[in-house]
Ligand binder design. Sequence first.
Ligand code: NDP
Length: 454
Amino acid sequence: MPYQSVNPYSGEVVATFAEITDAELEDALSRARSAYEEWRRRSFDERAAVTRHAARILRERRDEFARLLTLEMGKRIGESVEEVLLSADIFDYYADNAENFLKPVPIDTRRGEAVVVSSPLGVLFGVQPWNFPYYQLARFAVPNVMAGNVTMVKHASGVPRSALAFEDLYREAGAPDGVYTNLFVTKEQVGKVIDDPRVMGVALTGSEQAGSVIATRAGKAVKKTTLELGGSDPLIAMPDADLGPTVHWAVWGRLHNCGQSCVATKRLLVHEQIADKFLEEFTAAMSGLVAGDPMDERTTLPPMSSQSAADKLKAQVAEAVEHGARATEVGPQVPETGAFVQPTILTDVSRDNPVYGQELFGPVAMFFSIRDEDEAISIANDTGFGLGGAVFTSDIEHGKKIAHRIESGMVFINHPTWTAPELPFGGIKQSGYGRELSWLGIHEFVNKKLINVV
Ligand code: NDP
């Protein structure tokens, strides 16, 4: 399957890129390894200068970068601009903090003088998804490049122009050739890259299936991996939740990026005392969405990233209905051209319905009325996923207690799961392992070396 840029609003094929040959791959690996020898010796200040320059370029040309996202995967233009600026913030954050995060840590020991230093590992390989085409790359590349590693990336086949734009960004910012390399590789070549002795670690964001394939291969080659896989985040609304903001954030949590986010609010668990009113207001808000051109600022419901993604979601809803769920389609009929999906609310989802355990990547919400906190926790944790979660309540201390009971890597009180450079991002269970962003993210692919003077 070649790398192809298709506008999901019009269906137009914008560009196609050939996969690289094995000889080109070998050349790229060899250049990355040579770049590492030089890059690792640069000071933090020198690496930070390149990294800050990249942030400046993103901010100065944010509209140009943003347009590409919208044309390539259908993200609303306002959200594309937000993604460009968030990516710029990640560049600045690690330019400012990497040296401090990686400073040597002295150990209190009776066995002489001991210190743990953090050294780079070498060439790292990232396999990345299409849903946040720059942010995902920034999350992987920026901390690692600041740590002195060099990075190679296989981006999703549907976002090749964003992939090239990000590679150009590093080049323009002054990174030497080989510090960041985009690879239009085949699946078979992905295996070769993982096996290659020059490659020291692999980070994947994507589906469980892809994560399992990549981690199995890396495990065989004894290489460290981090995996950020899917999620089915619960939003628990307690009876004392402020209904207006709760509904507002539930809609935002479900619809941001047209629902195509690992940390989207996918399951609404609302206390029975407020369930009817919540559902009425949530339905009204979802009904008011305006489907249309994602380039138009007035659009609030863009197409999904591809027709195949839209078809997959519709098939999940149909299967859920076959197994007894009620699917309420809301709002005006969405356009027939473009990868649109009618906003839908699933109710009466029993625990044996296949959709109960599935990730819904798009504008389809699952709604449950819950009796009490224990039932909310039981449903929230009754999933293979463990990425994020949210609790809405006016009793913050109680909210924190509920947060401790949710089995996931992140829980937010009175807000759906979200992200910022300084907040660690990642999950447990089938949502993967390891953390990106924050001080934790930069520690994943460094050698924590003990030096002990006895
Ligand atoms: P994938 O997991 O298939 O794609 C993510 C990345 O992995 C892409 O670069 C893809 O390449 C690559 N990849 C997939 N399979 C392999 C393989 N066997 N060997 C090497 N590389 C591989 O996600 P999809 O785009 O197919 O989306 C499917 C579902 O995954 C979504 O509906 C959603 O549920 C979940 N998902 C979760 C994401 C998250 O943020 N956690 C992000 C994206 C998807 P290529 O594009 O060439 O196939």
